[in-house]
Every structure is written in structure tokens, then in C-alpha cells.
Design a protein around this ligand. Structure first.
Ligand code: LMR
Length: 396
């Protein structure tokens, strides 16, 4: 038997729980204040237009839908980005974040054999599997990221680890709203990381899963990858539309490789297509059409931005509520990390035994690393969650 998945396995366990109190804060999926899944209004509009047009279901090319590919790279790198104008970006539509990361991992296994991928400690529960399973296995190691004492970024140790990595390593970075910690480098720190990466000839690889969803602004959330690209570095960037457009099950995303010239970009794209062909042949069309439709229509694009701000705003509100309840119940502890972290998660610092108490006694489902998805919480249950956390901290 394979072990349960550290994130999706939590949802499986949640489904089996009969308690009326149960809360699923495991997987990062947005819920409304009523804790119901949310389909964006703008997605419904796009789908209606697609239905009226009677779009067919023919195969897409291996690299994906042309309108999606141009929309996605422009959203990522910004309107008029030099790298796009110069034809230096190889963009392949793929299966959301995971599929895009996996295509890149297979590319690394095939064309950069022996290169080590450095992953933040901690990181998203699936990163290690993705690299370990690609090709004959891509070696990964960890760089320090989190400081449990300050519940913040251990920037000095992070830099030292990137510095010590063999020249030409791949450094996997989270574009914004680091998963699971919710702690991002500042803009000044990003500049220092870019200096270091450039000096060591490393290849930066950004996982961008929350563009627009973390802060409510597509541009602010794309700051880090754009900064590296504008520096003239070759950069790998995976994108997902699961969270920001709520297209979780449509499996829509992209892998972008920004290269030094257009000839290389063409050759790299040909190889990415070859890799995709052997894994899943060509990508699904529905989500790609939705993204192209929303981005290509000024009114819908505007509406999407408003809906993203609404979602990001709701998460900020429950963050604040949780902070206030925790402070009321246990004023002797500093809970300010709850409101300083950003994105959909809060990294609570709860130990595995405390997490076990959260689930067995309080029916709160969360990942074992102590991460909770605030997107799965509402204002009505914030007090209950705070009680569960305080009980676990004090008694487990
Ligand atoms: C998460 O971190 O909860 C999400 O990205 C969902 C997943 O695929 O793990």
C-alpha cells in the first residue's frame, strides 16, 4: 500500500468523519462564508459564451491553445515584456501546477542530468515526489527557509545554502505566498537572492500558484519572477489557475522557460512538446478556453480582478478573526504571525502530536506539518478553530 498523500489524504480522511463539527483545513481550496466551493461568476460567463459559440472538442496541439499560451505568458511577465517580444519564452500549456512542474522536472532529468534541485525547507508536500519521480529521478536537496523561533524567514541561512550549492544548481522558489509558511522574502531580499543566483550561475525555477490570489493584485504577486527575468537570467516558471480562477479540477496551467535567445526557445519548446506527448499527449481544452476568454475580454478581466480581491479579502478577514480569538483565549502567547503571513495558508507551528489532537478531538483536518488553509475557514468557525488550537498547544 502506498502511504496516504500528506495533503489530498487529509480530504479523504475528512470525508469519512461523521461529526457535525468537522472542518477541512487541509487542501488549499477556496470556500465561501457558507463553506461551499465557489465557481467564479466570470468563469460562468466565459463558459456560457463558449457554449453559445459551440466550440468543438478537437485535440489541441501538444503545446496547447495558442490564445491561452499568449495570455498566460503576458499575465505572468507583464504586457509588453521584452522576453516575450523577443520570442525568448517557451510556453507549454500543461496540467495545472503539478503537471507543469512535472514536465519541467522531466526536462531537467533529460537535458540537465546530474543537476541538483534545491527546495525550500519546508515546502509544498508534492514538490519532492515530482522531482524524485521524473526520469530516473532528479536529485533534490533542501535549503533553509523557515526559522521556528522567529516564525519567520531565516534569510541568512537561506543565502548560505544557496551560496553553498554546486554552480548551476536549480533553485526552486515560490513566486508569492510561500506554501506552507505564508512567509515571503521582501523585495530587497529578492534582489539579494537574484544577485546570488546570478553569481553562482544557478537556474531559478519559480512555482507560481497564487498570482493575484495572494494580494489581490496580479502585478504585485508576479514581482519576484518578473524581477529575475528583467535581470536577463534564464528562468523556469510554472503557473497554475487552480486558485486564482478557481479552476482546480480543470487542470489548467503552464510551464514557461525564459531563455537567452529565440532559437533556444524554439528548440526547448520542441522538447517540452516531446515530453508532454509521452505523458498525456496534449492538454485539456476547457480550462484553457476559459482563461483565454477572461483575459482577452476587458470587462471580464476587470471582473476577475474584483473577484480575486474579494477572495483574498475574505481570507484576510478570517485571518484577523482567528488572530483575535487566539489572543483572547491565550493572551500570554504572541500570535502576530497569523496576520503577518500571507496567502491562503497559516503555518501554525503545531507539532505532529498537537495536529493529531486537532483532528481526533476537535475534528479539524489539517496537514501534519501544522499548515491550515484559511480559505476553508469562515468567520462563524474562527472561534472554534482558536479553541482547538489553544487546547492543542496547552494540552497535547
Ligand atoms: C495545496 O497545497 O493544498 C494545493 O496545492 C493542493 C494540492 O494539490 O496539494
Amino acid at each position: 500500500m502506498a502511504p496516504p498523500d500528506p495533503i489530498l489524504g487529509v480530504t479523504d480522511a475528512f470525508r469519512k468523519d461523521q461529526s457535525a463539527d468537522k472542518l477541512n483545513l487541509g487542501v488549499g481550496a477556496y470556500r465561501t462564508e457558507e463553506l461551499k466551493p465557489y465557481v467564479l461568476e466570470v468563469v460562468k460567463k466565459a463558459e456560457k459564451r463558449m457554449l453559445e459559440r459551440g466550440d468543438n472538442k478537437e485535440y489541441l496541439p501538444m503545446e496547447g491553445l495558442a490564445e491561452f499560451r499568449s495570455a498566460t505568458v503576458e499575465l505572468l511577465l507583464g504586457k509588453g515584456a521584452a522576453a516575450v517580444k523577443e520570442g525568448r519564452v517557451a510556453t507549454l500549456q500543461s496540467l495545472s501546477g503539478t503537471g507543469s512542474l512535472r514536465v519541467a522536472a522531466d526536462f531537467i532529468a533529460k537535458f540537465l542530468p546530474g543537476t541538483i534541485v534545491y527546495i525550500s525547507k519546508p515546502t509544498w508536500g508534492n514538490h519532492k515526489n515530482i522531482f524524485a519521480d521524473a526520469g530516473k529521478g532528479v536529485e533534490w536537496r533542501e535549503y533553509t527557509y523557515f526559522n521556528p523561533e522567529t516564525v519567520g524567514l531565516d534569510f541568512a541561512a537561506m543565502k548560505a545554502d544557496i551560496e553553498a550549492a554546486p554552480k548551476g544548481s536549480i533553485i526552486l522558489l515560490h513566486g508569492c505566498a510561500h506554501n506552507p509558511t505564508g512567509i515571503d522574502p521582501t523585495r530587497e531580499q529578492w534582489a539579494e537572492i537574484a544577485d546570488l543566483v546570478q553569481a553562482k550561475g544557478h537556474i531559478p525555477f519559480f512555482d507560481v500558484a497564487y498570482q493575484g490570489f495572494a494580494s489581490g493584485s496580479l502585478d504585485d504577486d508576479a514581482f519576484a519572477p518578473r524581477f529575475f527575468v528583467e535581470r536577463g537570467l534564464e528562468v523556469i516558471i510554472a503557473q497554475s489557475y487552480s486558485k486564482n480562477l478557481g479552476l482546480y479540477a480543470e487542470r489548467i496551467g503552464a510551464i514557461n522557460m525564459v531563455l537567452s535567445d529565440s532559437g533556444t526557445a524554439q528548440r526547448v519548446l520542441s522538447q517540452l512538446k516531446r515530453i508532454a506527448r509521452a505523458i498525456y499527449s496534449n492538454p485539456p481544452v476547457h480550462g484553457a478556453r476559459i482563461v483565454a476568454e477572461v483575459v482577452g475580454n476587458e470587462n471580464m478581466f476587470e471582473e476577475w480582478n474584483e473577484e480575486m480581491q474579494m477572495m483574498a479579502g475574505r481570507i484576510k478577514t478570517v485571518r484577523q478573526d482567528l488572530y483575535e480569538h487566539l489572543t483572547r483565549l491565550m493572551p500570554e502567547k504572541d500570535w502576530s504571525f497569523v496576520t503577518s503571513q500571507i496567502g491562503m495558508f497559516s503555518f501554525t507551528g503545531l507539532t505532529p502530536a498537537q495536529v493529531e489532537n486537532m483532528t481526533s478531538k476537535w475534528h479539524v483536518y489539517m496537514t501534519k506539518d501544522g499548515r491550515i488553509s484559511l480559505a476553508g475557514l469562515n468567520r462563524a468557525r474562527a472561534g472554534y478553530l482558536a479553541e482547538a488550537i489553544v487546547d492543542s498547544v496547552k494540552n497535547a
